[in-house]
Structures are given as structure tokens and as C-alpha cells.
Design a protein around this ligand. Sequence first.
Ligand code: HEM
Length: 413
Amino acid sequence: MLASYARKWQQMKPIPTVARAYPLVGHALLMKPNSKEFFQQLMQYTEEFRHMPLLKLWIGPVPMIVLYHAENVEVILTSSKQIDKSYVYKFMEPWLGLGLLTRMSDKIFRRMKMPWFWLDTWYLMFKEGREHKRDLKILHTFTKNVIHERINEMKANEESKGADSGPVLSTKKGKAFLDLLLSVTDDEGNKLSPEEIREEVDTFMFEGHDTTASAINLSLYLLGWYPEIQKKVDSELDEVFGKSNRPVTLEDLKKLKYLEVVIKESLRLFPPVPLFARRLNEDCEVAGYKVVKGTEAIIVPYALHRDPRFFPNPEEFQPERFFPENAQGRHPYSYVPFSAGPRNCIGQRFAVMEEKTILSYILRWFWVESSQKREELGLSGELILRPNNGIWITLKRRNSDESQLCTPAVPLS
Ligand code: HEM
């Protein structure tokens, strides 16, 4: 084992790295103690190494390459072989669904940083491991109860077939996600086990909820800083809806082209999944450097999306960058808020529709003003990009004769 580690160390030596990596612990001593500070630290490294094609860190005995250049991100994301999720996800798996809690992301982060906590049996011998197990039980019990309630509703519905009363279940044509999972069978007629259903529900809750919430919050924050852009959104909304308060339709969503580029540009500056990882399951070459099997490749959309070669003045919020004529010829892997390739986000079209629906609803009625500077948001990239200090916005009523202040300031977090 030691010989293999020494060989890896030797083979990976030429890759640019941050100073002070020690044998076995690697850069673990250098890494900041919590996920918020670690995120800031990693973003600082990517800026310092912007002129280099990639950056290497040793997390204990595991080598990690950090990727923020489109050309190198492409190598990993287009590979049909490098599709295994990183070891970091192993610690996250049981938690899926609880991205909201800092307590949990800090635990995952600490565990990732400390190789001696990687073994389950060993981890459970410590207070932290036992707490982790207890919290997990609360989460799983919650999801299980939701599933059981639905099963009971379905049973009751079966029994009272024909009667008018009882809960309304989704029709065959448009089955809700949970109903579909509960009814699906394989070729031999076997249904999914309750545990398998719970895992699917947790995945969708985690991947689908916090991500879109983060995207909507940060879009509002940006619009609140750029009144000229918000005015353009408002003109489009007025064109599509006039002063009507009717609900938004699918046809409306298609017409909201400017809102769409606003959403894209917000996802560029504040990608809700600011970094994600792959475990390389065979040796490969990245930017001319040999990268050994077992390395963790960390793709960092937050840094990738700030590459001035593709996005001049990267910190500026300029939705026009995504007008088709301006996006033409841009490297396809310079912008991957939903990842890309064989393991990309399956909910991306739905996510954009959801964002358009919610943002159009808010912006039809309110004018948004933001007061915090970016550095005051306290951004952290635990699992999802999160403004740790909340987002403080002021909403003013639109489309009414008097521009009436709605609330002094509304925190969104
Ligand atoms: C703005 C909103 C969203 C963003 C930015 C986003 C981003 C991503 C990213 C970057 C990944 C790849 C993660 C990785 O490789 O580790 C991913 C995967 C995934 N997303 Fe999304 N997502 C969003 C919304 C949604 C929604 C609404 C759903 C479902 C309703 C969803 C379902 C999934 C699933 C199931 C995966 C895992 C795919 C796989 O592992 O093969 N996402 N998402």
C-alpha cells in the first residue's frame, strides 16, 4: 500500500500544486476547518492558479485535481469511463435530502478531510459518528412516513373505488413522481422496495429543491443590483402578461426569452452546484499531465464560469452574453451549471421552467432592490451554493398606481 502511495506521489509530482503537502496527511493541515471557509480557500486557489491548466491537492493519501479550464473539464465530462461519483458522495449518500443543514454539511466536510474517519465502523466509535447516525435516522423516518402515508392513501382509494370521497390521486396520464415509483414494476412484476423508493425520493428532494431555491434567490439578488436589467425583464413581463393576474402558462414561459438569459447568467455567476466530483477509475492525461487512477477530479463551475477568455469582465452580470449571437463559438464546456455528458442533470429543463415560473410571478408584482455587496453574502459551497448571511432584499409593489413599499427588507436564505 505504501509503495503504491509513493508511486502515485511520484507520478503526480509534476502537476502544479499548493505548497506544504506532507506525506500521508497531504494538504489536510492546510485546509480550513469548515465548509464555508474551505470553499473560499478553494476559490482563492483557483484564482491564483488561473493561468495554470489545473491544480493538485492531496486530501490525506488521496490525490485530487481541481479543474476550472473548459478544455480539461471536457476531457473528464465527455469520458464514458470516468463516470463514477467521487468518494465524497459516499459520505453524502445517506444524507441526501438534508442539504439544508449546515450541521450536516460540516460533518461531511470534516469526515472528508480526515482519512481516519473514512471507515464506517471506526467513525461510529466517535461521538460525531454516533450523532451523524442519529440525525440520519430522523431524516429517513420523515421520508418513510411520507411514503407510507401515500401507500395508505392509495390503499384506501382502492378500497373505496367508485366512491366520490377520498384523496385525489394522480391520473395514469400524469402520474406524480412518488405515485410512479410506488406503482412501477420490472419484467417479473416486482415492485421497488420501500428502501429503494426512499433513496429515489431523497435524491430528487436534494437535487431538485435546494438547487432551484439557491438559483432563484441569487437571481433576485442580482436583479436587485442591476435595475437596468430588471427594467428589461419587467418590459418583457408587461408584454406577455399586461396587467393581468392570470396564472403563467407553458406558452408564456416560451415567450420569456430575456428572463431566460437572466437565469443563465445568474447560473454562471452563482452556480447552485459550485463544485462536483468524479473518481477517476483509470489513468488518464489532463493538459499533458499524467493523472493516476483513483484520483478525485473536482470540477468547479464557480471558477470555470469566471474564465475571462470566455466571459470578459467575469464578475459583471451581463445576460446579453447568452444571446445566441454572442454565445456562438464559445467553448461548450466553459459553462456547465448542470454538468454535462453521461451524468448530467436530468432535471435541467424542469429547473429552468420552475425558475421562470417563480421569478415571473414575483417580478410581475414586485420591484426588487438589494443592498448587500457580494462579499457580504458569506457565500459557501457546502453542497449547494449558499449565502450564509441570507440575502436581504426590499420588495416594492409594481403595477399599482402608488409605488408602495411592501416590506423594509426580506431575508432569503
Ligand atoms: C438550478 C437547478 C439545478 C442545478 C443547477 C442542478 C445541477 C446539477 C448538477 C451539476 C448535477 C451533477 C452533479 C454531479 O455530477 O455530481 C446534477 C445532477 C442531478 N440532478 Fe440536477 N440541478 C438542478 C435541478 C434539478 C432538478 C429540479 C432535479 C429533479 C427534479 C434534478 C435532478 C438531478 C438528478 C437526479 C441528478 C443526478 C444525475 C446522475 O447522477 O446521473 N436537478 N444536477
